[in-house]
Design a protein around this ligand. Structure first.
Ligand code: FES
Length: 576
């Protein structure tokens, strides 16, 4: 039996275009002003194409072309496409960090959809925070929608080396700091590491989010890994347009697709790809918009029983193009069918189980067999302890194994400027066993919880050959980063979390197998330090910054604004 279809008079946009009244006359006449006839838009689903193109979002350079391909698909299916620009979140250029603006874009997406005559949406994003931002706003607005991922850029190249975004920057920067790489070589790396439009092509945050959103059901099957400049990417864009029109007629809203189980599928995928720790914060926030609660325990429980099967940098060897050629997300999930909720529905109109039927792996070295995983446990571990009562995270697959259990003395930096000023001081009292601590780098302290968590290794240790150390902060870390970096400590230091009270020389114990981060300081001493602790003066007297620090939640809660959390529906706008 085919799905029930809406009648044209039931379209949301009918309220703007349908009635025989003064306001609707204005809406119709102004649409005709753009050169359209009634036949172009009357009684047709209006598809809002939310485009995060910008000249300063280099990962989305191809979106000017892609939006035309989406429109082509919408027209083919009998819809009426309208392009609506929303704030892009450029990972490379936005300061203090794109994360500071994730919720602003989410809010803009929700209100852009609400105030316009939109029946359904194609969400065009890809660069890190654009993914959760678009989906958070769209989930709240709850109109039929699907996500068009920007796709990864081509592999980087330097001399005989294949370069991976981010990961190889950190690697060769360390070599340069150690005096082992010439200026000319560094310049050549700069020329060769980003060779096309598209997102970072390692399993960084952008690729991670695309893969988990495909598993969640909001990206067409196989599209998360499609390289940005592949001709199939353009065809996929048109397919998004066609499918969005069908989704409107069938009323396939996010609330009809999203369940706790679909989010558990996304978490399983996150662990199996050895994905970015950032996805934890974003998935908690996205689920929250759907009225679903995810906890750090959900992530750790799934991590403990999910093998890492994607051999991708930074945890593995290959890049996203290789992952796509090996079969992409469907092939990977096909190897994990017993761990997935196959009944979950997707924007394709199929269940996840139907999507995975016939999925094949075409590169056993890229998507490795269950019997020989990269790691028998997922790529992320959640830790608790007296330094992080509300939890923190680490990526065990991307660190030197000797640090999985480690105790060392703290070397504390009050904030990032302090770190920058002192980290390369030749007299810094630091050894390879030191635990480097950065305070005031969390959601409020930084602000925006920047990706500072892969704290730099002191130059004098780099020159001595050290390439990994235990580092602790309330910051996040780029998905392309690696190392024994403990992240997302909650509550953060800026609001008086225990991290604020750590002093030089305190012994800190990291025990990843035991899921523990312990601070060996007596309770009386902690009380004494707490009594003397004072919060910093408020940084923002007005504007978005003030709203941000007043409303932001902690990392374990998803860093959404409290006033944007799921609640009673916001009324539709009156049309007077
Ligand atoms: Fe855009 Fe990495 S900078 S995805």
């Amino acid at each position: 039996m085919s799905a029930p279809r809406k009648r044209p008079e039931e379209l949301r946009s009918h309220r703007w275009f349908g009635p025989d009244d003064l306001r609707s006359f204005g809406h119709r006449s102004r649409t005709k002003q753009m050169g359209f006839d009634s036949e172009d838009f009357s009684g047709k689903p209006v598809i809002g194409i939310l485009n995060t193109w910008s000249d300063l979002n280099t990962c989305h350079t191809h979106f000017r072309e892609r939006v035309e391909q989406v429109k082509r698909g919408v027209y083919q299916a009998g819809g009426f496409p309208v392009e609506l620009p929303v704030l892009s979140l450029s990972e490379q250029f936005m300061k203090p960090t794109s994360m500071f603006y994730r919720n602003l874009t989410a809010m803009e997406v929700e209100e852009t959809l609400r105030c316009h005559p939109i029946d359904g949406a194609v969400l065009m994003g890809g660069c890190d925070k654009t993914v959760p931002a678009l989906l958070m706003g769209a989930f709240t607005m709850d109109l039929p929608c699907l996500f068009l991922p920007a796709g990864p850029m081509l592999k980087g190249r330097w001399r005989t080396e294949t370069l991976g975004s981010g990961s190889d920057v950190w690697k060769y920067w360390a070599e340069r700091c150690a005096g082992k790489l010439s200026c000319d070589a560094w310049q050549e790396l700069e020329d060769g590491i980003a060779r096309s439009p598209g997102t970072c092509m390692t399993m960084g945050t952008a690729s991670t989010m695309a893969c988990v959103v495909e598993a969640l059901g909001f990206i067409l099957p196989g599209a998360a890994t499609l390289p940005a400049v592949h001709s199939a990417h353009a065809r996929m864009a048109a397919q998004c347009g066609r499918r969005s029109v069908e989704m409107v007629w069938q009323d396939v809203k996010p609330s009809t697709l999203l369940t706790r189980e679909s989010f558990l599928n996304a978490i399983t995928t996150l662990m199996a790809i050895g994905g970015s720790t950032n996805a934890i914060v974003h998935l908690i926030a996205m689920a929250g918009r759907a009225g679903l609660k995810l906890s750090l325990t959900d992530f750790d429980d799934i991590a403990r029983t999910t093998p890492v099967l994607a051999n991708l940098r930074p945890a593995g060897k290959y890049l996203m193009e290789d992952f796509h050629d090996a079969g992409g997300v469907p092939a990977l999930l096909g190897r994990l069918r017993d761990r997935l909720h196959l009944e979950c529905r997707t924007v394709s109109g199929q269940t996840l189980g139907e999507v995975l039927e016939g999925a094949e792996v075409f590169g056993e070295e890229v998507i490795v067999p269950r019997e020989s995983p990269l790691s028998s446990e997922g790529g992320i571990a959640v830790l608790h302890g007296n330094l992080a009562p509300d939890g923190c995270v680490i990526k065990p697959t991307a660190m030197e194994p000797r640090f999985l259990r480690h105790t060392g003395p703290a070397l504390v930096f009050r904030n990032y400027p302090d770190l920058k000023a002192r980290i390369d001081d030749p007299d810094l009292p630091v050894t390879a066993d030191t635990v480097i601590v950065l305070q005031n780098a969390g959601p409020i302290g930084a602000p925006g919880m920047p990706e500072w968590g892969m704290l730099p290794i002191p130059k004098k240790l780099l020159q001595a050959g050290v390439r990994d150390m235990v580092r602790i902060s309330d910051a996040r870390m780029s998905g392309t980063s690696y190392g024994a970096c403990v992240l997302h400590l909650a509550p953060e230091s800026a609001i008086g979390g225990p991290l604020a009270l750590v002093q030089d020389g305190d012994q800190i114990e990291l025990d990843v197998p035991g899921r523990r981060l312990h601070w060996h300081v007596p309770a009386e001493e902690i009380d004494r330090r707490r009594a003397a602790w004072k919060p910093a003066e408020p940084r923002f007297a007005r504007g978005y910054g003030r709203l941000f620090v007043e409303e932001i939640t902690q990392a374990n809660e998803g860093c959404d604004f409290k006033f944007l959390h799921h609640g009673p529906p916001t009324p539709e706008p009156e049309i007077f």
